[in-house]
Design a protein around this ligand. Structure first.
Ligand code: BES
Ligand code: ZN
Length: 631
């Protein structure tokens, strides 16, 4: 009996312990049932009015053999409405544990779950929050096929001795290397500890080292808040050299001097940019020159632009790319498109700003060449696009945001802003833009808010000007409106005259081409019509050596014509270009041109077989579609 009584007492005590433990965990709300309410943007699972990330603390190490990044991401959150769940974007990440950190420094194991996988957006991670959760810490690792990451074998770098890793987070790839709220509308500061093999230098979109760490341990701080698409990491055999007091270049030691010469105007560009639209917000501006398989020309990672080595032409002829990425320090990084539907708010403004920097640096005749090239790009792209994709304001819901990465955001955006400038006058427009940047610093901007501001500040009570602009047609209508400004430059008139003379029968060698810059040559090549013969191509090549050009823009244009007009002598050079360069802008037109005929397609596939593994996922995913490639 006594024993019985005792066991009952024990049973009751046990019950009490268990139930109190249950109460403890019940503050974690159990496995999440919830799906997010209204979203911040269609390409992120972050909830409107929900818990948001305000700071990221990253602690990761890199395994080059397995092609995996692993470690932890600790996210400080702000949860003003005490929402029960935190929604994070992830794609191809393996999560091995989540811990909640409370305001009183307690840490508890968190309950988490996943929303269904989406082929474009990935798999949102849902973490149950407690009322006192200050931060969540996620232990995770990436997949070797993470879309943001490119792991390069030593042979694909300039020095050929060390491997390289680079990230490309824009537009929605940050989630493939960090669990994060991957929306341009959500900003946070960050700090990082990154462990890499000794002999490699790690750089981020943050305060950076200028020397290698003997143990391969690096720490970073980014104290200005940035959206996830600007998170960036590059790791490789890199060295640093100053260009000016606030500017410098990182590159493989074997290309460092060439890069420093090529980008020698960086400091001056900064002074010009600040003179136009106000102080630079990010303290330093450096550029890292990446291996040639980097899929873009440039990427405006704050404090540290990522650049393709294909802009190193030896004569500074392609440095408008640096002006472009620098300009993003204001348009994009400082004032950020709210969603990818407003992409032109980043890129159109940046092309406009780039053009203004180049005008101040090299003169109007020069910047007008760039504007005309931009117009040609626009005309070509409009021919290929669906009408609705030619509106400045895009509708990318349900699609990949990269679909919006066309000439529309860039060049139609540019010409729209130029039209406003020409309509209201440059002085007025400059004052407007300066205030626009200053007042919206570290904030998001969407198309509608920009238009409201434009109306309020410049167009209200000026119906005649407003009618002249025809804003709705530009923003919500298709194609290139009839009031599109015309760029003009005598530098191209000369090219037109010589081109006409050549067509009239004048021998290439006797054309007056002395002193032409690479943009003039590009313009010349772009004038070649469909009827051009292989013999004409050969004669031009003999006189001007396009096949052997060291200028990547000319190479791309020339090789495209070589394929189109069957000029076979250029094919070996074309092949070596395609197997050494991974910049999507160059790969796409070349593969597309080859894919037009059966024979061309055969050649394309044979080159692609060798080259595909050296391309970034962003590049090969696009080319796969062109060639109907299946792995
Ligand atoms: N931010 C873009 C690159 C980008 C856009 C990457 C969208 C991923 C998604 C960058 O500023 C850019 O526009 N680069 C251009 C060069 C520029 C001079 C037009 C490029 O890479 O070609
Ligand atoms: Zn850009």
């Amino acid at each position: 009996m006594k024993i019985f009584e005792t066991s009952i007492t024990w049973f009751v005590i046990l019950l009490l312990i268990v139930s109190s433990a249950c109460q403890d965990t019940s503050t974690q709300k159990g496995p999440p049932q919830g799906v997010p309410g209204e979203l911040v943007d269609p390409h992120s699972s972050a909830e409107k009015g929900g818990a948001v990330v305000t700071h990221l603390e990253l602690d990761i190490s890199l395994d080059f053999t397995q092609k995996i990044i692993s470690g932890s991401a600790t996210l400080t959150i702000d949860n003003p409405q005490s929402k029960p769940y935190l929604y994070l974007d992830t794609k191809d990440l393996t999560v091995t544990g989540v811990v909640l950190l409370s305001t009183s420094q307690k840490s508890t194991t968190a309950t988490y779950d996943w929303l269904p996988e989406d082929s474009i957006l990935g798999r949102p991670l849902v973490i149950s929050l407690a009322s006192d959760t200050r931060a969540v810490s996620i232990q995770y690792k990436t997949s070797p096929t993470a879309e943001a990451l490119q792991w390069l074998e030593p042979g694909l770098t300039a020095g050929k001795l060390h491997p390289f890793l680079l990230t490309q987070s824009q537009a929605i790839n940050a989630r493939t290397w960090i669990p994060i709220q991957d929306s341009p509308g959500i900003r946070f500061t960050y700090a990082a500890k990154v462990k890499v093999p000794p002999a490699l230098m790690a750089l981020m979109s943050a305060e950076n080292p200028t020397e290698k760490s003997p143990e391969g341990t690096y720490t970073f701080k980014m104290k200005q808040p940035i959206p996830a698409y600007l998170l960036a990491l590059a790791v490789g055999d890199l060295a640093f050299k100053e260009v000016g007091p606030r500017t410098g270049v990182y590159a493989d030691p074997s290309v460092l001097n060439a890069a420093v010469y090529e980008f020698g105007e960086m400091e001056e560009m900064m002074t010009i940019a600040e003179g136009l639209y106000g102080p630079y917000a990010w303290e330093r501006y450096d550029v890292v020159v990446l291996p040639p398989s980097f899929p873009f020309g440039g990427m405006e990672n704050p404090r540290l632009t990522f650049a393709t080595p294909t802009v190193i032409a030896g004569d500074r002829s392609l440095v408008s790319l640096i002006a472009h990425e620098l300009a993003h320090s204001w348009s994009g990084n400082f004032v950020t498109n709210a969603t990818w539907d407003d992409f032109w708010v980043n890129e159109g403004f940046t092309v406009y700003f780039e053009n203004r920097i180049m005008e101040a640096l090299k003169g109007r005749e020069y910047s007008e060449m760039l504007a005309l090239i931009s117009y040609q790009d626009l005309v070509e792209e409009v021919k290929d696009l669906d009408k609705k994709d030619t509106h400045l304001k895009l509708g990318l819901h349900g699609r990949h945001p990269d679909d919006g990465m066309t000439s529309i955001a860039y060049d139609k955006g540019y010409y729209f802003l130029r039209l406003i400038e020409e309509t209201v006058g440059r002085e007025v427009f400059d004052a407007f833009l300066k205030a626009y940047f200053t007042e919206n610093a570290f904030k998001v901007m969407d198309t509608e808010r920009f238009l409201e501001r434009l109306d309020r500040e410049l167009l209200k009570d000026r119906p005649a000007l407003k009618a002249k602009l025809d804003i709705d047609l530009w923003v919500y209508g298709p194609g290139i409106p009839a009031n599109c400004p015309k760029a003009e430059t005598p530098l191209y008139s000369r090219v037109e005259a010589e081109f006409a003379a050549w067509q009239g029968g004048k021998a290439p060698a006797s054309l007056s081409t002395e002193g032409w810059n690479s943009h003039q040559w590009l313009y010349f090549l772009r004038s070649l019509g469909d009827e051009t013969t292989p013999e004409q191509m050969a004669a031009l090549d003999e006189a001007f050596h396009f096949t052997q050009s060291g200028n990547s823009e000319i190479q791309c244009e020339w090789y495209t014509h070589a394929v189109r007009h069957g000029y076979e002598a250029a094919y070996p050079a074309l092949e070596s270009f395609l197997t050494s360069v991974g910049r999507r802008k160059f790969l796409m037109p070349l593969y597309k041109e080859m894919a037009k005929t059966d024979e061309g397609k055969k050649m394309a596939i044979s080159i692609y077989k060798q080259a595909r593994s050296t391309y970034h996922p962003i590049s090969y995913m696009s080319i796969d579609k062109v060639l109907g490639w299946e792995e």
